[in-house]
Design a binder for this molecule. Structure first.
Ligand code: C2E
Ligand code: MG
Ligand code: MG
Length: 927
């Protein structure tokens, strides 16, 4: 509101208040209280404030201190009203009237009275003129009853008596008696007005003015009248005194009640828990507690006169609150606890929902006067800010992840349920992404939890940046995130989003000064294709994520029904495995490990075998992870250790045996005892037992890992690092972990002999690293003579692979080492690439022309074509598999219509075994 308008409104309100009847019939000496009881309004000399029809406004203007003083002053010991004093403050008007009444008497009498009556005439006027001095004397503190009687005698009885005497004697000197009587009656009438309710003074004056007449004409009747008058005066005085006392007692009681109410309300206002307000009938504030005004950033005077609806806004989440308030005000109906936001000064700049926002609950009821006229509203407010803040905090904690600020699991599943419950079928479509960070645990373990937290925050930011307004991101806990993208989407688009997420999250991070690289795996499920309930979708997206992780992480997978059957199969296998363990159906096989230099068998690796009654032989690669998930691995591991040690005890002393230890077994502090027991049970030398541990153990608690290594070393067993190079990429642990051997994973051996492969270089560097650290090396999975030659040339001390022996049962292993332990390499020279057989049209560009041909089979290195006749061996060709997908190669052989082609660059085979070049429609000759 502009200042001019505000002033006009205040002026209007002031006039309104002046015209409006007091809210409650005002009690004597007690001010009406706006809203509730107000400051008492004392009268007389003890009054600290004057009676004020704009009481509310005046009192609001009082500062707290002033209010207090006023309050104290407003509690007089014996508060007197003006009528309680015998003399009015001034009697000058009576003196003037008396003087004027003498004038016609002078005219009628033909002059001034003679002698004493002239003196008493002047005395009567004079005494009335100075009666204010007696009145002041009466009002002085500590004035006793004697002085008050004297004051009545001097200020009332004497002047009125003098007036009566003058008139009575004037009659004897010629003033017509009718005129004297008329003058006396007039003076008495005037005195009745001046003394008003002061009955004693009034009667005293009357009797004093009449007594001289009786004395001039003494008759028994006159005396009887005077005595009667005196008696009546005494009775009236007594009645008057009692009435005054009763009034005073009532007034004091009211004062006390008002003061108590005021005290209670003031202390309540001071606590800040509540405040009071009052409006006039137009809805403009006539009172507001100073505390509430201060919340608005104003002084009470600045708020008084403004409409109540102007100082509040609807609280967020209670959008119709203001309307409700306006409704109650206009309907003049009581309301209770309407939640509103205080219109603070901060609102002018922002939306008012910031930190400074204050919330109130308003309660009010209409007020009517004794004539049932509506006078306005009166009520109280309470501050809800803290309550609301803690509610908001609780709700934030309940719905948002406190670390990243993303929605939490509860909120995400609520959002998902909301979409799935949409009334229109089209709106129920959405895509659900489930993300798991790869290598996050490693960051947490190596850099500490604060660094892990900082990383998660950055991940959340990147995720939100990728998704933007297209969807909603949430953190389910740990390193698991979820994204909901509403509305129907194409798979291509969703795959694009998944790739974007993975690419963005795989960019390096800087955490506490360290460069950190993590990855992400993403599972995607769609509604309604993959589920119409949130449980179904969540279970399926979980399976999709599981598949993405299984596929080597850092990729995305859509849910498919096969995943579901895979999960079911897994559950079935788990059940079967429990039964197999109980029935002792598992077996331990042994694969010889050959010392490369002498080609002698120096030991075995123990490998579990399970011949499933229905499924046949199952790879440990399939059932060991199930055993790990089902908590069966400890039991299986113990069995393997004990069996291997027992078998080893029967073999020559120079033979060692390696047993695989799962990271879960490694995390069991009992492992050294379990190993020691197995050794003790079989009675073998601990140095003959080798434990194969994978790199993943370094992702656990560093101190516990170190302690476990130390404990195992104390037992005396050898330690081998299995599948080296496939997991944890830091070499730092090699410095302190006491390994005796590094096993080079077969993925490095496989393909090492192929053209352009870098595996050989990797193997060479691993062997030199192991040599420098004084460790043996075993090349795993050597299948061909070329591979064997290569790994021996690259310095691997031991070889394990089908080129020598496949895993065999304990009896066969025992037979093998009974002899001279020599191993004979037996296998193909080179690995033949897996060929995919098919029937597909391709175009072949050669010798300047284009021919149609049929592709019969294809591998990374080459292809067999049918349909080309008489082509020259050694010639260059280009094959177009589909539009834009080509490969160059050389014709290696040609027989009849069949041609063998070797590609210049090996083709890329995807993880599902298919070739990228074969995507799309087969190529065809135009026309
Ligand atoms: P691993 O420890 O790396 O074992 C070597 C795997 O390579 C064995 O597979 C073995 O049969 C296979 N292998 C050896 N030479 C060749 C070869 O020339 N060509 C090919 N293609 N494969 C070869 P297996 O027996 O299927 O075991 C798979 C994995 O299961 C093992 O990998 C090991 O991680 C785990 N595993 C096996 N037995 C146990 C066990 O008793 N306890 C635990 N915790 N894990 C075990
Ligand atoms: Mg192994
Ligand atoms: Mg291995």
């Amino acid at each position: 509101m502009r200042p001019m308008e505000a002033r006009a409104a205040r002026e209007g309100n002031r006039r309104e208040r002046e015209l409006a009847p007091p809210l409650r019939a005002s009690g004597e000496g007690v001010a009406q209280v706006s809203g509730t009881a107000r400051l008492p309004r004392p009268s007389g000399a003890a009054a600290a404030t004057q009676p004020d029809r704009r009481g509310g406004e005046r009192r609001t203007a009082l500062r707290e201190g002033e209010r207090h003083t006023a309050l104290r002053a407003a509690r007089p010991e014996k508060a007197k009203r003006s009528q309680d004093w015998y003399l009015p403050r001034h009697s000058r008007a009576l003196a003037l009237l008396l003087g004027l009444a003498y004038v016609p008497c002078v005219i009628l009498a033909g002059g001034l009275p003679q002698g004493a009556s002239l003196a008493t005439g002047f005395a009567s006027v004079f005494l009335l003129a100075v009666a204010s001095l007696f009145a002041a004397l009466e009002r002085r503190e500590g004035t006793g009853i004697a002085v008050r009687i004297a004051v009545v005698a001097l200020g009332v009885a004497l002047p009125m008596g003098c007036a009566g005497y003058t008139l009575a004697h004037w009659v004897t000197q010629g003033l017509p008696w009718q005129w004297a009587l008329a003058t006396l009656l007039s003076i008495n009438a005037a005195a009745a007005t001046v003394y008003r309710a002061r009955v004693i003074s009034l009667f005293t004056g009357k009797i004093a003015s009449w007594v001289p007449f009786a004395l001039i004409d003494p008759s028994p009747l006159m005396f009887a009248a005077i005595i009667g008058g005196a008696l009546a005066l005494t009775l009236i005085a007594r009645f008057e005194w009692k009435d005054a006392e009763a009034r005073r007692a009532r007034s004091e009681a009211r004062d006390r009640v008002a003061a108590r109410a005021e005290d209670i309300l003031r202390s309540f206002e001071e606590t800040g828990e509540g405040w009071f307000w009052e409006t006039d009938r137009r809805g403009a504030l006539t009172y507001i507690s100073p505390k509430a005004a201060h919340v608005l950033g104003k002084e009470p005077e600045q708020v008084i006169g403004r409409p109540l609806t102007e100082i509040v806004h609807p609280a967020p989440g209670a959008s119709d609150a203001e309307r409700t308030l306006a409704f109650h005000l206009s309907a003049r109906s009581a309301f209770q606890d309407i939640e509103l936001r205080a219109a603070s000064a901060a609102d002018e700049g922002g939306d008012g929902n910031g930190e400074d926002a204050r919330w109130w609950a308003l309660t009010g009821r209409p007020v009517y006067d004794s004539y049932k006229n509506f006078c306005g509203f009166r009520g109280h407010g309470s501050d809800l800010t803290e309550k609301r803040r803690s509610q908001q905090q609780v709700s934030r904690l309940a719905h948002y992840d406190s670390l990243t600020g993303l929605a939490n699991r509860v909120q995400m599943s609520r959002a998902l349920e909301q979409i799935l419950a949409a009334p229109r079928e089209r709106d129920r479509a959405c895509a659900l992404f489930l993300l798991d960070l790869d290598r996050f645990k490693q960051v947490n373990d190596t850099l500490g939890h604060p660094a892990g937290d900082a990383l998660l925050k950055q991940v959340a930011q990147r995720l939100e940046r990728v998704i933007g307004p297209a969807g909603r991101c949430g953190r389910l806990g740990g390193d698991e995130f979820q994204v909901i993208v509403p509305a129907p989407q194409t798979r291509e688009h969703l795959a694009h989003i998944a790739r974007e997420i993975i690419a963005s999250l795989s960019q390096p991070y800087t955490v506490e000064g360290h460069a950190v690289v993590i990855g992400a795996s993403v599972g995607v499920a769609l509604a309604p294709e993959h589920g119409t309930t949130s449980e179904e979708l969540i279970r399926n997206v979980d399976l999709a994520l599981y598949a993405a992780k299984d596929a080597g992480r850092g990729c995305h997978r859509f849910y498919s029904d096969e995943l579901h059957s895979a999960a079911e199969e897994r559950a079935e296998l788990e059940k079967d495995l429990r039964e197999a363990i109980a029935r002792g159906e598992l077996e331990l096989y042994y694969q010889p490990v050959v010392y490369a230099a002498s080609e002698t068998i120096v030991g075995f690796e123990a490998l579990m075998r399970w011949n499933h009654p229905r499924r046949g032989a199952l790879s440990p690669g399939k059932f060991v992870p199930i055993a790990e998930d089902a908590g069966l691995i400890d039991q299986l591991g113990q069995w393997a250790l004990r069996t291997a040690c027992d078998d080893l005890a029967r073999w020559p002393a120079g033979i060692r045996c390696a047993v695989n230890v799962s990271p879960l077994q490694f995390a069991n502090p009992e492992l050294p005892n379990i190993v020691a027991n197995a050794l003790a049970h079989s009675g073998i030398d601990p140095a003959r037992l080798e434990l194969e541990i994978t790199e993943s153990v370094f992702m656990g608690d560093g101190a516990a890992t170190d302690a476990m290594f130390a404990a195992l070393k104390r037992v005396g067993v050898r330690l081998a690092l299995d599948d080296f190079g496939t997991g944890y990429s830091s070499l730092g642990y090699l410095r302190k972990a006491p390994f005796d051997k590094i096993k080079i994973d077969q993925s490095f051996v496989r393909g090492a002999t192929e053209k352009g492969s870098r595996n050989g270089a990797i193997i060479a560097s691993i062997t030199s690293l192991a040599e420098a650290l004084g460790m043996d090396t075993t090349a795993e999975g050597v299948e061909t003579l070329d591979e064997l030659e290569l790994v021996r040339m690259l310095g691997c001390s031991h070889v394990q692979g089908y080129i020598y022996h496949k895993p065999m049962d304990a009896r066969a292993a025992g037979d093998l080492v009974e002899g001279d332990c020599t191993a004979q390499a037996d296998g193909p020279r080179a690995a033949r690439q897996t060929r995919t057989n098919l029937l597909r049209r391709v175009l072949v560009m050669h010798a300047g022309g284009v021919d149609d041909a049929t592709l019969r089979n294809i591998s990374e290195g080459g292809a067999l074509l049918e349909g080309l006749w008489n082509v020259a061996e050694g010639a260059s060709v280009e094959i177009e598999f589909s539009a834009g997908r080509r490969a160059r190669g050389v014709i290696r052989w040609s027989r009849a219509n069949r041609t063998g082609i070797e590609f210049d660059e090996p083709l890329r085979r995807r993880s599902d075994g298919s070739f990228a070049v074969l995507r799309g429609t087969p190529a065809r000759l135009a026309g």
